[in-house]
Design a protein around this ligand. Structure first.
Ligand code: UDP
Length: 241
């Protein structure tokens, strides 16, 4: 199926240059046509990791769609004078697809996060998205994939959300996506946010593009990870010259 939008490359990663609505719409079409689809939502951290791990970069390039998940990506596209239309956060895609899955009785499988988060997730899904067919859910701290793989193969979900954090979630998807013709997507910490175990920044911080700063001050352990952002910006400015 032809893509209804182009892509813009940033440090070797081609990002979908479209709006959130059009992006989600395209994913819905692919699900309805039973087309096997792999979606990566990439932020500066993922782009930088791919720079230093060529195997991860190769793996990401096998995705059908890569969404610009961080404001850093959109800013970089402007700096490089190839502006992306919109930031498309993974969490927003996750919510839009859950809503749609509920309205259209789609089969969904959830993999990732801590066991107690998965318990809460199941309850909240039944309440918030009653039309969704929950065909399985497993926490992300497993020793063997056997049971997970068997359920996915048997249930043939329309959508599989994998929330074990990068790079593991993309590796899991790349090696298992042949199991069903559905849509596979890595969603990082989205299950935690959905059940309220981790809060998104209040609206003000989001609209001022300071969500990263809010997360940093509320969870200082993220500092090491966030130090990668200035390195990313520096690299982009070098390219500009
Ligand atoms: N996680 C998991 N299995 C693991 C390690 C992490 O399921 O072996 C989960 C973790 O519980 C969290 C998610 O992966 O729900 C990653 O969250 P993080 O905030 O690192 O993701 P981000 O959105 O920043 O990529």
């Amino acid at each position: 199926m032809n893509k209804p939008f182009s892509s813009i490359e940033i440090l070797g990663i081609p990002f979908a240059n479209t709006t959130r609505d059009q992006f989600v719409n395209q994913l819905q079409k692919r699900i309805n046509h039973h087309e096997n689809t792999f979606v990566v939502t990439a932020n500066p951290e993922i782009v930088m990791y791919a720079q230093k791990e060529p195997n991860y970069q190769k793996l990401i390039l096998t995705a059908d769609y890569i969404s610009p998940d961080g404001i850093g990506i959109v800013r970089a596209s402007h700096t490089l004078k190839t502006p992306l239309s919109e930031r498309i956060p993974g969490y927003d895609i996750f919510m839009d697809l859950l809503n749609w899955a509920s309205q259209n009785q789609k089969k969904v499988y959830f993999l990732g996060a801590k066991p107690q988060v998965i318990q809460q997730l199941k309850l909240k899904l039944t309440k918030d998205f009653p039309g969704l067919k929950l065909v399985g859910a497993h926490d992300g701290y497993f020793k063997s994939e056997t049971e997970i793989v068997a359920t996915i193969e048997k249930q043939q979900p329309d959508i599989i959300f994998v929330a074990t954090g990068f790079p593991n979630q993309e590796k899991f998807i790349a090696s298992n996506r042949h199991l069903t013709k559905g849509l596979w997507m890595g969603v990082g910490g989205s299950f935690d946010v959905f059940v309220g175990a981790v809060k998104r920044a209040p609206k003000w911080w989001q609209t001022h593009h300071l969500e990263w700063f809010y997360r940093l001050v509320t969870d200082p352990r993220r500092l090491k990870r966030q130090l990668i952002i200035p390195q990313f910006m520096w690299k982009i400015h070098q390219l500009k010259k």
